[in-house]
Design a protein around this ligand. Structure first.
Ligand code: 1CP
Length: 339
């Protein structure tokens, strides 16, 4: 929390995107026979899965176990998360009539989120819980394409060719995202992260015209809740300045842009989060250590730094490497703070 606010910290805080999940044998055990989306609606399972990496790694934050598609499922969109594929939408939204499927989200749609956040806050004690949601562009991509997409062609076709329909879709998604984040913060989450994972597909001018107004509205509405806001996307090197203007306190950076360079791209008054390449965890430990120390050193150029990977933990990652990395970051940055 201190790092988000760009205040002095005893050590550089560290957590990992997708720290819960398939890289952990204890996750695979509790998920056995339980479909992904169902696991996101069972508070006791959400609490257990969220706690698993906290117990194993002593990370400085927990991230709520859910998925960016959960609020859409909760308002009645017919979708599934297919193993090895990702989210799949039965009736993709491609015209004005399709927008009717997107009604506003109310807290009663997601009682399991409220229940699980409350349970977690009790169990976590001093460790902060990060709530999260998908940002409108990334959600729109799944809804329009009907599933995971490499180039987001139909999504961009609507953005370029039907700007009014696009704006109405983005508006509705922003409302749902705001409501979903509020539920988590009001139940006790101490920070939020807005994932715009696929927005790196958009050029800066289009981002400014067709995406930024909607993400800015989300951050503005969450501001009143008083919790730090983190904003992350993949392949967003050219967008970091604009993403920094959207209103988040922390800008997440993928592994493609060194943090000292990223620090010059975001406006003043922002902390950075990132950005070790998740694939480095497959290299020998000496390489992991050298690259992690480099991330820490470059992170000192930022006004605040939260250590993370540049994207989510890969399922085949060895949990012992993440444990060692957590210790390294906490110890190495303690030494630095003392010098
Ligand atoms: O059965 C399984 O275990 C399915 C794998 C899985 C998991 C563990 C999916 C399907 N979602 C999740 C959980 C999840 N999703 C978390 C958990 C908390 C943690 O970080 O520990 C989070 C934060 C998400 C968010 C999410 N879902 C994002 C944004 C983050 C990112 O990685 O960029 C996105 C894009 C999704 C969609 C999604 N859900 C699942 C998959 C495999 C995908 C990506 C599919 C694609 O490539 O488009």
């Amino acid at each position: 929390m201190l790092a988000c606010r760009r205040k002095p910290v005893p050590h550089t805080p560290v957590w990992f995107m997708r720290q819960a999940g398939r890289s952990l044998p204890e996750y695979l055990r509790v998920r056995e026979g339980v479909p992904m989306l169902e696991s996101c609606t069972r508070p006791e399972l959400i609490v257990e899965i969220t706690m698993q990496p906290v117990r194993r790694y002593a990370v400085d934050a927990a991230i709520f176990f859910s998925d960016i598609m959960v609020p859409l499922k909760a308002i009645g969109i017919d979708l599934d998360i297919k193993p090895g594929v990702g989210p799949v939408i039965a009736d993709p939204i491609r015209d004005a009539a399709g927008l009717d499927a997107l009604r506003p989200l109310v807290p009663d749609d997601v009682p399991y989120v409220t229940g699980a956040v409350r349970g977690l806050v009790g169990e976590l004690g001093a460790t902060p819980l990060i709530g999260f949601a998908g940002a409108p562009f990334t959600l729109a991509s799944y809804l329009i394409e009907g599933g995971p997409s490499k180039n987001h062609d139909r999504t961009k076709a609507m953005m370029y060719g039907e700007p009014e329909l696009w704006a109405r879709l983005m508006d509705r998604l922003a409302d749902i995202t705001i409501a979903f984040l509020k539920v988590q913060v009001e139940a006790g989450a101490s920070a939020i992260q807005l994932f715009d994972s696929w927005v790196g597909a958009v050029a800066p001018e289009d981002y400014a015209a067709s995406v930024l107004p909607h993400t800015s509205r989300i951050f503005a509405e969450i501001e009143a809740l008083g919790v730090p806001r983190i904003h992350f996307g993949v392949g967003t090197g050219e967008l970091l300045g604009l993403m920094g203007e959207a209103g988040a306190d922390v800008v997440g950076v993928d592994w493609r842009v060194p943090l000292d360079v990223a620090a010059r791209r975001v406006p003043p008054g922002r902390a950075l989060q990132g950005n070790l390449d998740p694939a480095i965890l497959f290299a020998p430990w000496e390489t992991v250590e050298r690259r992690a120390r480099d991330v820490l050193a470059r992170g000192r150029a930022a006004e605040g730094h939260i250590f993370n990977l540049g994207h989510g933990v890969q399922p085949s990652t060895d949990p012992d490497v993440l444990a060692r990395l957590t210790d390294l970051v906490q110890e190495a940055s303690t030494e630095e703070a003392g010098t």
